[in-house]
Design a protein around this ligand. Sequence first.
Ligand SMILES: Cc1ncc(C[n+]2csc(CCOP(=O)(O)OP(=O)(O)O)c2C)c(N)n1
Ligand code: SF4
Ligand SMILES: [Mg+2]
Length: 769
Amino acid sequence: MASTINTTTGDALERASTPVKQHTDLKSGNEAAAMAARDIGYHIMGYYPITPSTEVAENLAQMSANAEHEICMVPGDGEHGAAGICYGASLGGGRVLNATSSQGLLFALEQLPVQSGTRSPMVLNVATRCISGPLDIRCDHSDIYFVLNTGWIILLARDPQAVYDLNFAAVKIGEHPDVRLPVIVAYDGFFTSHQKRRIEVFDDLDAVKAFVGEPNAPYTALDPENPVTFGPYMNDPDLINNKVQLSEAMEAARRVIPEVIAELAQLTGRSYPIMDEYRMDDADVAVVLMNSAAETAKEIADHYRQQGHKVGVLSPNMLRPFPAEHFRKALKNVKAITIGDRGDSYGADGGNLSLEVRAAIQQDTDNKTLVVTRIYGLSGKDFDDADAETFFDLALEAANKNKVNKPFAYHGAHAGVPDEHPPIGLPVIETEEVSRGMAKVTLNEKTNRLDVELEPFWAMPAVTNRIAPGHGACPGCGIFPILHQIYHVLEGDIVVLFQTGCAMVVTTGFPKTAHRITYIHNLFQNGAATLSGLVEMYHELLRRKELKNAKDITFLMMTGDGGMDIGMGPALGAAHRNHRMMIIEYDNQGYMNTGAQMSYSTPLGHRTSTSELGTATQGKRFHHKDTAQLFASCHLPYVFTAAEGYPEDLMRKVAKSQWYAKREGLTYGKILSFCPLNWRTKDDASMGVLQAAVDSCFFPLYEVEHGHTNITYDPDAIGRRVNAAEWLKQMGKTKHLTKPANADDLHRLEIEVERRWRRLKAMHEHPEL
Ligand SMILES: Cc1ncc(C[n+]2csc(CCOP(=O)(O)OP(=O)(O)O)c2C)c(N)n1
Ligand code: SF4
Ligand SMILES: [Mg+2]
């Protein structure tokens, strides 16, 4: 809890004599952020899941299901969409919340200056996390450093209590008439977002409401009697003048933030000085750190003090506006400091904290503080006692010698050994081993469609597996049977791109990989564009005869259903450009790798961690996305659906896809994929569940070949049609839909399923559709 009193700057407040009634609870940072949001009573939350911030939305979703708050939670199609939702909502004048991390923050980045540039306040919780690539989910500050130039206020919360408290302050700071800027509350991913600590929580919600007050937007987009143009095209000199105003708003924030924090302290009894100064009064040397690592350094400072070293710790509670004056005052008489940056500004000899502290003290011509910069703790690498000791020792050495030996370096890391390679895995696959003619595809001159002849299943294992044994998926996971079925019939050399998702996460973990063929990962918002670039490079190099060892390559992108939300734009772009590549989506009806949040493919009423079951609502509130029809409307040569439990049908379609992708252009397939963990079934329940999904016509099996729809399995025609309830009763995530209380939702789902099925049948029967 940041209750240190700042004796240098006078920002800190004594504990208020009569704080409002609170109770003690044990909560993580994410839980604290969600509880604060509930107590603030935001109007809208636009969000998109990403570890480690996802729990904020998940906690609020659970509370929403039980009517514990009235926040309207809008799931974005990605963080860019979520940021747009938040921006639009804030223009309406109500209160708006978001939470994100890492790539999510970067994907939203483009929207952040738009929001601050039009002076639209909102609150964004950032559980800080390492940015890609390569992909890593753990904590550092590389994401938040990217936001420094966006015009957002950034408050730093070092523990769950600070997360809770500063969320209230953030609303009031951002909405202050002299400020009107969006505010980020940044806390360390996992260290703070997930570790539970004792926190004090308000009992008196009236006092909270009185503190935050009513939203007071001077203009809104919802007042037709006073129409306003938000974001006009603006040229020189207006734009630069507009930025003067933004700069002045930041300056106003310097004044407003301590005022609001002081007011909050009256309520809570807890104070957050702009600069958290620990034993700095007479310090000769100091360590400067942001957020949770500073707490470790404080303990070591105590040990060093006992040994007679005059050391202290400095850590800001605010990053924007940057507390330059506070640093100048605190470092006036300090001989040397080590600044730890949990993120690098590559090539600048320091991360942003170092660069800005150095710039700040350079303004004080009397300041003689020597500065050591160390990049530490990237991707969640622990900062423990020994690291803190090293940082103090570096500063003490500099102070003693009055010289810095190595001003900039990485701490506890090295660049690797150039000639050392990970051990070679299985031998390279020869083209002949994977060209075994398991599916013979011929063009039928009469129908102008493809015919496929499959070898018997028992012959299939003759194809060398492109996926090595050994992966980290859950028992019973559908992804691997699907991959095996695909790889059995695909002929020859394949380059595969996996978008982020379970299939990617469970098959690669440096230095190991389960992929025996060339594999690329790009984040799931952009895989299709990436693969399309590679496809074009391949054809261009072939055309120029510049490709050494030129081979006949098929390009395949594997994606989850979530990847077809956030990555839909680039995928449709690739489809419209009609690159010669295959896209295959394994649809497990949710964002499984991040803990089963809803995707747009999740059907109505299904339980996920962001469409929870409670007394007020039961599962997802809107219908599943018809991704196959979206791609069909791009007039591709070939689109199909398939299910893991119908291997023959699946393999025929994959073989056709490859044929078209090599000759005519982009093909797309959506395959229903079993996920026992999050569908809440037994590991071996796949056959029954998938059969019922198909037989209830929820997931029809069909293909669209050159625009002609062909249903490849018709449960009506063979007397196998079952009710949706037959399917839903088999899964823990949907059992509730078969109860009388949820009859309306079941009925809505059945009607929608039937409508889509009839439409499909009409297309199947009509020669032109
Ligand atoms: C820009 C961005 N936002 C969010 C995430 C977090 N994230 C990674 S994978 C994933 C869900 C993937 O869902 P899906 O594509 O359906 O694959 P599955 O995990 O179900 O296999 C999410 C939300 C991320 N990595 N990057
Ligand atoms: S969570 Fe589901 S999709 Fe992911 S590995 Fe486990 S079973 Fe497979
Ligand atoms: Mg999924």
